[in-house]
Design a protein around this ligand. Structure first.
Ligand code: NAG
Ligand code: NAG
Ligand code: NAG
Ligand code: NAG
Length: 501
């Protein structure tokens, strides 16, 4: 049970006298970075070699920071693992780590580089922020010595944390966040003892920060939004896309929409790892996104955002995800159910047999309802409605309730749930809903070619339906209502069983 674990460790950094220069809007930047990776090695390299590699990456980030600042950006987010990559053991990452102090020390590394020992990476990031008068968000590694007086101290006498840092436009360290929900393969880092709820105020709203896999969490992701009422989230990530349901852009933009905050998501770029998909997402609309499986280049994105979206008249109303679905009776039809897997979870599917219809798919407490109309029922494409209600247990443990309509990979029903790239079938009308036992439901629609469905073509009604609205025929690849039931989670998402167990 996670909800009772209310803030044990709260870090709030208020900048004083900000109301004077408060801005109604600001320009956000994110940079998708093709990280220059170190050579794979079990033996740690020297500190000098590690710094050389990190400086190569910071050289690239520096160009992006300068370009963003020149175009008026107030803040730029760079990706998780963006300075040294991800291929490490606990020992081989050590030369890349710096001791990162608590921001309460009030430190501008660019002015006072030796105050906390040898910290060249923090110094350089601070100078980038200061010299370009822009907030810089980066992901680096923190090391903290410990000893036998602490029973959890690792045998090598140190903690190693996956860490986000923020330097303000004066170069001051204003936030430090240790990733709480490590993803299963992150063996180079330690789990912090408690979830840190890191927020800070700026002239352009209140910010929260967390990293990659944290977006599945209650602590800190939901808590910084619901309890701390932040306006915008800074989100460095190294996300590999897994269709049909876990592609970066659709998932992150759905989260921003459902949570009612701006989300500045910067992904790493590596096409062979399927890492691409960065964006700037507002509660009411996707502002800009980038998805590129063709080249190996980085990409800078900029967009103007409202500083305090909650105060806007366009701020989306709360959705009751249970309301509509609980008022309908299961549709009776000649449907037959069959099982199918999506990312190791066994769904209950039913095949759509005609060009129009009403279908129900149920599993445990969740029933999903679909009403739809296709332009034509093609014989070479099969669609299915699926429901899942259960604990996901591979590469992390978290409880899900999902309703999805998707194109099967082939006309063989055994392929329903497997990734597929294009679709010719067009949906003129659809309405998807489910009897969710949670208010955290992330709605997404992906069209043929991994395109996001533009917002003008659909709506989320207050009674919990994902509905078409323009009448324009859409080549739907997958649509989903992805619900998270935090009350049924184990204490830590990241400490599940290993892959394929
Ligand atoms: C990796 O090894 C190759 C061959 O030894 C070398 O040329 C290259 O500079 C190394 N790359 C890094 C990032 O150290
Ligand atoms: C062990 O850690 C404690 C607390 O950090 C510190 O006070 C003490 O000096 C350390 N002892 C040694 C032997 O390093
Ligand atoms: C992408 O990542 C893989 C696996 O970590 C690595 O082997 C490959 O060299 C990377 N590609 C580029 C272009 O850096
Ligand atoms: C689906 O249900 C609606 C309302 O319950 C009904 O008007 C419609 O005729 C049904 N469509 C089909 C194809 O059964």
């Amino acid at each position: 049970m996670i909800i009772s674990h209310f803030p044990k460790c709260v870090a709030v950094f208020a900048l004083l006298a900000l109301s004077v220069g408060a801005l109604d809007t600001f320009i956000a930047a994110v940079y998708e970075h093709a990280v220059i990776l170190p050579n794979r090695t079990e033996t740690p390299v020297s500190k000098e070699e590690a710094l050389l590699l990190m400086n190569k990456n910071i050289d690239v980030l520096e160009k992006a920071v300068k370009l963003a600042a020149k175009q008026g950006a107030h803040i730029i987010v760079t990706p998780e693992d963006g300075i040294y990559g991800w291929i490490f053991t606990r020992e081989s990452i050590y030369p890349y780590l710096e001791d990162i102090p608590d921001p309460g020390v009030n430190w501008i590394p660019c002015r006072d580089p030796w105050r906390f020992g040898n910290t060249p990476v923090q110094q350089r990031l601070s100078c980038l922020a200061k010299d370009n008068s822009i907030y810089v968000v980066a992901n680096i590694g923190d090391k903290k010595p410990c000893n036998a007086s602490d029973s959890q101290c690792p045998p090598d006498g140190r903690y190693q944390y996956n860490t986000d840092v923020v330097f303000d436009s004066q170069g001051k360290l204003v936030a430090r966040y240790h990733k709480y929900n490590l993803f299963a393969p992150e063996i180079q880092f330690d789990f912090p003892k408690d979830s840190e709820l890191v927020t800070f105020d700026s002239p352009f709203g209140k910010f929260g920060i967390f990293t990659c896999f944290d977006i599945f969490s209650h602590d800190p992701a939901v808590v910084v939004v619901d309890e701390f009422q932040v306006d915008s989230i800074l989100y460095p990530t190294a996300w590999y896309n897994t269709l049909p349901l876990l592609s970066a852009v659709p998932f992150h933009s759905a989260w921003a929409k459902a949570m009612g905050v701006n989300l500045l998501a910067a992904n790493t770029h590596n096409t062979s790892m399927h890492m691409t998909g960065s964006g700037i997402y507002a509660p009411e609309a996707v502002k800009v996104y980038h998805y590129d499986m063709e080249t190996e280049s980085g990409q800078l994105l900029l967009s103007e955002l409202k500083s305090r979206p909650r105060r806007e008249p366009t701020y989306p109303a709360a959705v009751d995800w249970h309301a509509y679905a609980s008022s309908v009776k299961p549709f009776s039809s000649e449907q037959s159910d069959f099982p199918g897997m999506i990312y190791f979870d066994e769904f209950t599917f039913t095949k759509l047999k005609r060009n129009t219809g009403n279908y129900t798919a149920c599993q445990k407490d969740l029933c999903c309802y679909l009403t739809y109309k296709m332009s034509e029922k093609r014989t070479d494409e099969v669609y299915a409605l699926g429901a899942f209600d259960g604990l996901h247990t591979v590469e992390g443990q978290y409880y899900l309730q999902i309703c999805t309509l998707l194109k099967c990979q082939t006309t063989d029903l055994e392929t329903c749930g497997e990734p597929v790239g294009s679709a010719f079938t067009k949906f003129e009308d659809f309405s998807l809903s489910g009897t969710f036992g949670t208010r955290y439901v992330f709605p997404q629609i992906i069209l043929s070619g991994s395109q996001l469905a533009p917002e003008r073509h659909y709506e989320i009604s207050r009674d919990g339906r994902l509905r078409s609205r323009s009448g324009a025929p859409l080549p739907v690849l997958v649509m989903a209502l992805y619900g998270r039931v935090f009350e049924k989670d184990p204490p830590r998402l990241g400490q599940g069983s290993g892959k394929f167990q």
